[in-house]
Design a protein around this ligand. Structure first.
Ligand SMILES: *[C@@H]1O[C@H](CO)[C@@H](O)[C@H](O)[C@H]1NC(C)=O
Ligand SMILES: *[C@@H]1O[C@H](CO)[C@@H](O)[C@H](O)[C@H]1NC(C)=O
Ligand SMILES: *[C@@H]1O[C@H](CO)[C@@H](O)[C@H](O)[C@H]1NC(C)=O
Ligand SMILES: *[C@@H]1O[C@H](CO)[C@@H](O)[C@H](O)[C@H]1NC(C)=O
Length: 444
């Protein structure tokens, strides 16, 4: 009996998340912060380490906020238990090649669309906020997936789509992350121009609702890839370091930009006009949704993708019309925007349900997989989210049609290849998709 009791004690110690709890005043602050941000840590050591990091950030925030010469403030936001190094590793994700400034530039000529709006500077309103014109969706959260480029691109497409079509539709980053693999690299980083090119070539992009963000890369859902809810006709690059043209572009629509987002002050930013110090090594992508001035200081209104607890409800004001041509954090260096002149295709009727048996069915575009078979009769069906999928023998997973072989032991879906040269590559994992991608089969 007592042995059993000990066993359970051990299990509980190892499995219950440690709730933040301490004594001194920074520790109390930490405890409250943990509660506020729903933070739990898996071990006492981890918690102690996170507390030390938090204390260090606390000192940094207090020091910054006590200096009278800054136009912006810092706070202990959701990233306050991360070291600057961890933060940089996890929350950015603009492709490193952004800094070689080898821009595609195909957008400015061949990829269709209208040419510049030709507005002169003095025709522009002194301030503008696309949020007030309902051309900006709610702030999204990329989590620790480095796909800021996808959020920046969908934000710009959402904006121009609202301006041209009149409806504000939240669009799918997950589609870009999973399917745009010609250059962009999912949670590993990418560039907005490639996303625009992808959406043009694909003939449109699906909605956030239909193809929601998952926080990690998965195999492209070809079924959803075919849902062209919103289209664009091309894209254009704003010439680098030309703030006047950038302002003209923002006066026309929300514009995606690359910035350096890895400064510690950027991590902990909470309000005011961000003036740096900031490098111009571009590593993050955001969306300019307007501009304004306060007490003679001009700024951009910038939408980030780190949730609403960062910055000003997810936004940051960044210095505009400053002294260097690259702009603060390089914001003038890599600006571009999608072009839209054609209407969206009419909505296609949702596919009818797929019948599994007399009594059960799955949604259209899904595959029925049997989860309980006795004497050759299926007693229970589950829905695999993929069209024409292969149901694995383990009755727990499914694989896409083009990777039909279930390797449940290694957690992979494999291509069916008889060619021995290719088979070798396959063994090295080169052609394998991730089985775990589909393991949500029985999640519901
Ligand atoms: C404010 O003053 C501190 C200390 O003198 C200095 O390091 C910092 O760069 C100044 N910031 C601005 C925005 O001038
Ligand atoms: C930039 O600042 C200068 C000097 O304050 C001002 O005259 C000019 O109008 C500003 N330009 C823009 C585009 O806001
Ligand atoms: C793999 O391909 C071979 C030959 O094309 C075919 O006979 C076999 O049924 C396929 N296996 C699967 C699991 O699709
Ligand atoms: C097998 O695949 C390799 C590489 O794609 C190709 O060069 C070769 O011709 C193929 N062999 C057969 C028998 O299909």
């Amino acid at each position: 009996m007592s042995l059993l009791w000990q066993f359970w004690t051990v299990v509980l110690l190892f499995h219950l998340p440690i709730i933040c709890k301490s004594s001194s005043s920074t520790a109390d602050l930490f405890e409250n912060w943990c509660k506020q941000h729903g933070k739990t840590y898996t071990s006492e050591q981890e918690k102690q380490y996170r507390f030390e990091v938090f204390e260090d950030n606390y000192d940094y925030v207090v020091r910054h906020n006590s200096m009278a010469n800054f136009t912006y403030t810092l706070s202990l936001n959701a990233f306050a238990d991360l070291t600057h190094h961890e933060f940089k590793a996890a929350y950015l994700g603009l492709s490193a090649s952004a800094n070689n400034l080898i821009r595609l530039n195909r957008g400015s000529s061949s990829v269709g669309g209208i040419s510049g709006n030709g507005k002169k500077n003095n025709d522009l309103p002194s301030s503008l906020d696309w949020r007030k014109k309902r051309a900006v969706t709610k702030v999204k959260d990329q989590g620790s997936c480095g796909a800021c480029w996808a959020f920046s691109a969908t934000g710009a497409i959402e904006g121009i789509n609202k301006i041209v079509s009149g409806s504000l539709v939240s669009l799918s980053e997950q589609e870009l992350i999973d399917c745009d693999r010609s250059y962009n690299n999912g949670c590993g980083g990418g560039l907005m121009d490639y996303s625009y090119e992808f959406v043009v070539k694909n003939g449109g992009i699906d909605t956030e609702e239909d193809y929601p963000f998952q926080g990690l890369e998965r195999t492209c859902n070809n079924n959803k890839l075919k849902r062209h809810v919103v289209t664009i006709d091309g894209y254009k690059d704003v010439p680098s370091n030309n703030e006047i043209e950038l302002l003209q572009a923002v006066a026309t629509q929300p514009v995606s930009v690359g910035i350096c987002g890895s400064e510690r002050a950027f991590q902990l930013y909470s309000g005011g006009i961000f003036t740096g110090p900031c490098s111009t090594t571009l590593d993050h992508a955001v969306l300019i949704v307007g501009y304004d001035s306060k007490d003679g200081v001009d700024y951009w209104i910038v939408k980030n993708s780190w949730g609403t607890s960062w910055g000003i409800n997810g936004y940051i004001y960044m210095l505009r019309n400053g002294s260097n041509s690259e702009g603060v954090c390089g914001i003038n260096m890599l600006a571009s925007y999608p072009v839209k002149s054609s209407p969206n295709p009419p909505p296609s009727p949702p596919p009818g349900p797929t019948k599994c048996s007399l009594f059960s069915s799955c949604a259209g575009g899904e595959t029925c997989c049997c989860s309980l078979r006795l004497l050759g009769i299926c007693f229970s069906w589950k829905c695999c989210e993929l069209e024409s999928a292969v149901c694995c023998k383990d009755r727990r997973h499914c694989c896409p049609q083009d990777y039909p072989i279930c390797d449940t032991e290694r957690g992979l879906c494999l291509k069916n290849i008889t060619n021995s040269t290719l088979a070798k590559q396959l063994q090295n994992g080169g052609l394998a998709g991730k089985l775990s991608d589909w393991s949500y089969l029985f999640a519901n």
